[in-house]
Design a protein. Sequence first.
Length: 121
Amino acid sequence: MVTVLPDFAPPSRVYRMHGHTVLALCGEIDIATAVEVVPYLEAVTAPYEAHVVIDLTAVTFFDCSGLRLLSSARRRVAARHGSLTVVCAHAFTLRILALSGLGAVLHVVPTLEEAVLVAGG
């Protein structure tokens, strides 16, 4: 069952899916758009033991600003004993994650369905 929560400012959408909070990002994630995402990223990573999924499926560009967002989300969720899973199948973004070393410490899966399973669904 998917429960849709109110949409937030572009380029993000937040909703609940099987007990997990999904932050679906779209378009370009760069220095200009990252500042729009931060408040919502902080909101979804704030609860204790939150199961957060960041869905990058619809992201067309991803730079170091996106890396900072994911790193921050990882720290916040870990501090609250939650889980964070990233959905990404885009070769360019996966390469950036790998080169930065962040890909080695994140749970990265290619589909939303797998993310829900990895996160304990």
